[in-house]
Design a protein around this ligand. Structure first.
Ligand code: ADP
Ligand code: MG
Length: 335
């Protein structure tokens, strides 16, 4: 059997099944956006790791070092946001093809990561450096904290919950298409920025968790359907997504047709938006609306969770439902 037959999620599940035993202070090991470790009576430590690999996540000749640094931190911050946590510090491990990568690029990378870190109030606390021959790679570990009773897990979704997302979906995937296809960039700067300079929803995740609003939460890194599938599987419920409710930005609506034949598929399956997807009990929808006003960001209801639903179903404008393939971005799987 090859690795690609299992795919990323299949592989992770296999590891989690094989090594299930954890000491009691590990509140969550493999399987959520970050590990949760009991620290004191009222605090937990959060730990997440994410990497960016040249040729898969970025191309060095098309990427500014500064933006790459900020993005490497952003994708990790997004996982702390998804737990409702507060970031503390991060390590940066680099594999550097030393004959090819310029010192200027690395300086710009550190300038980018540390200035973004300053903005997000998180400190560089270490790392590791090695020659890596062919490919440049960047691997971060990010430490965070949260109040013990306030952490939000993927598996907390309940029968009857409403599903919400922050912001807009599909922008980052469209930004990537625009950058790949070249041509005029006028008016598309925001979409390109959503791909190259994502802004994780850290304060939104914190505000949601502080007020105890979500039952389940995850960040959308692999695409709405793939990430919703994690909530569905771990919560033991199904989901129905109202297609007309999936929020698309004005720029997305203006440009998507020009780049893809099926813009809706991009909004449902495109990765790297780093928005938050969360489920709430219906009686809390008023609190969600209030928070949306306070944070000046759309928090849009896109569907619901229900025990009687099996898997994920998509409902179109005419009210017809069809079963969805939860196919998001998985590096190892094709098709
Ligand atoms: P995210 O998309 O939020 O970064 P991932 O899908 O990368 O989450 O990871 C899901 C879970 O699997 C996390 O708990 C992560 O720590 C764990 N995980 C991922 N890769 C490995 C691995 N190679 N070995 C052990 N655990 C892993
Ligand atoms: Mg995540």
């Amino acid at each position: 059997m090859k690795f690609s037959d299992l795919g990323e999620f299949g592989f992770i599940n296999r590891i989690a099944r094989r090594y299930p035993i954890q000491p009691p202070y590990i509140l969550k090991g493999i399987g959520d956006d970050a590990a949760v470790i009991s620290f004191s009576d009222d605090l937990v430590i959060l730990l997440t790791a994410d990497q960016l690999i040249e040729g898969f996540h970025f191309r060095i000749d098309e990427t500014e070092g500064k933006k790459l640094g900020a993005k490497a931190l952003a994708v990790n911050l997004s996982d702390i946001a998804a737990m409702g946590g507060y970031p503390i510090g991060y390590t940066v491990s680099l594999g550097i093809p030393s004959q090819r990568v310029a010192l200027d690029f690395l300086d710009a990378f550190y300038e980018g990561i540390t200035s973004f870190g300053k903005m997000m109030e998180v400190a560089l606390i270490g790392g590791d450096t090695s020659e890596s021959g062919e490919r440049f790679f960047i691997s971060l570990a990010l430490l965070g904290k949260a109040s013990k009773g306030k952490v939000i897990y993927r598996g907390g979704g309940k029968d009857g919950d409403l599903l919400y997302v922050t912001g807009w979906l599909g922008d980052a995937a469209l930004g990537l298409k625009i950058s790949e296809q070249g041509g005029s960039r006028a008016g598309k700067e925001n979409l390109l920025a959503r791909h190259f300079s994502p802004l994780p929803r850290v304060k939104e995740g914190q505000a949601l968790a502080e007020r105890g609003i979500p039952n389940a939460m995850i960040d959308i890194s692999d695409g709405l359907l793939a990430d919703l599938n994690h909530i569905v599987e771990q919560s033991g419920v199904g989901a129905e997504v109202d297609l007309s409710g999936v929020p698309r930005s004005p720029e997305f609506q203006t440009w998507a047709q020009e780049y893809v034949s099926d813009p809706r598929a991009l909004a449902l399956g495109g990765g790297e938006d780093y928005e938050l997807l969360f489920s709430v009990s219906p009686e809390k929808s008023i609190q969600v609306a209030q928070l949306s006003q306070e944070l000046a960001i759309p928090l849009t209801c896109i569907g619901r969770l229900a025990r009687e639903i099996k898997g994920i179903w998509l409902k179109d404008e005419q009210g017809r439902s069809k079963k969805a393939e939860p196919r998001g971005y998985d590096h190892f799987k094709t098709g």
